[in-house]
Ligand binder design. Sequence first.
Ligand code: KIV
Ligand code: ZN
Length: 515
Amino acid sequence: MSGDVVKIFDTTLRDGEQAPGCGMTVEEKLRVAAQLEKLGVDVIEAGFPISSEGDFQSVKLVAEQIRGCEVAGLSRANKMDIDRAWEAVKDGESPRIHTFIATSDIHLKHKLRKTQDEVLEIISSAVKHACRYTSNVEFSCEDATRTPVDFLCQAVDVAVRAGAATINIPDTVGYTVPEEFAGIIRTLKQTVKGLDNITLSIHCHNDLGLAVANSIAAIAEGARQVECTINGLGERAGNASLEEIVMTLKVRNDKNPYGTGIITEQIYPTSRLVSQVTGVAVQPNKAIVGANAFAHEAGIHQDGVLKERITYEIMKPEEVGIPSNKIILGKHSGRHAFKNRLEEFGYFLGEGDFEIAFKRFKDLSDKKKYVFDEDIEALISEEFVRSSDYYKLVSANFTSGTDMRPVATVKLLIDGEEVTASEYGDGPVDAAYKAIEKATGESPSLHSYVVSAITGGTDAQGEVHVRIEDDGVFSQGQGAHTDIVVASAKAYINALSKLRWRRQHPKVASANEGV
Ligand code: KIV
Ligand code: ZN
């Protein structure tokens, strides 16, 4: 890639995590942060430290442990938030305070109940306060795209004079369109003196499906930092997707002559990790990382791709790290081959963990003739990547068929004790879920249940994603197994464990509140 460099600011751990049910534990955030570092992002926004003790801890640990990138903590534009954000990031190699306040009339009137002058005053003192700690201060005008542009220029001017090194222009509600957004960026560049010496950033939400297009339009006008998330995770319709922006800049570098520091081969592993940790499935037709992104179903396309791939493929799956579906291991593969494969994935397990993984692999290869990269990845994720579940499935047995009433018996490990429960249901999954509810004493509503095959073949592992809700608290879970009822039980148990964690770690402040 050539041209000016655009900084990639990843906010999966902050804005992505704000999506209902996507909260991550401290351990999970650390794992995702380590992968983001491998991916080559410039800035990791690790959380909103004042929002909860868990968020504070995760931002602190990410800042302490991550080296190759800047680590930012979000704060509203007040001293307490800024102090807390600094406390969390200060031990990082390259810490950043990201402070924000809304500037649109709608937010001023209904949320902040403040005048424009009062907001300008708050911006000035908040940015100056943050600059006492570090010169690496970013300021965002929340709801910038619905802000009268002359007031937006004034707000940005005040923040620049107060010392902000980065100014971020968010399309908070995903309302703008590319031409309009490009115009806003152009006006800011032409009007605000001093903007040439600082980094202009953009942050787009996807409510109209335009987050990536808007981001690209703004880059063409001089934005040199783009805020985005893996898989486009985020509140409502999500944020601009990192993988789509990066690959647009790479594949269409002729029209967008800008480079990034992203190691594109790490895109797919990062996408999978985020999906597994959050329990949020990636839609099959999602650009770049969806299961169908490189699948050629129609006969005419298959024929074309076989003759010459560029007939229907504008990039190679390997470029974004999608495994080539090659058979990697089978029933007779030994310890050595398995270890090598894990290390190729970047998993260097200690002896004890390796033995656990090898046993899981052997169990799987007894059930499946061929074990693919994706199978290994699912196995490792469940065992070592996401936080260990509070509820653990020891065994699940069920019977069902056309002539009998489905029944399931599950044995769970809860706090070191085995609990067994049996229930009847409409089908085996319903019976298993009722038995799990009996064993755990939980009865959330099931909002969604999605099953897909991890690889091809009738012996493929099924991957189940569920989304549950109890009393306004959301949670998502994921499970994989060659038996889809067992995969379903695992997904439900994973979601219930996260629900429990979320109840214990409520957010006490939200980025959608006032100042
Ligand atoms: O969407 C938004 O406006 C934000 C800000 C806090 C940057 O996420
Ligand atoms: Zn946002």
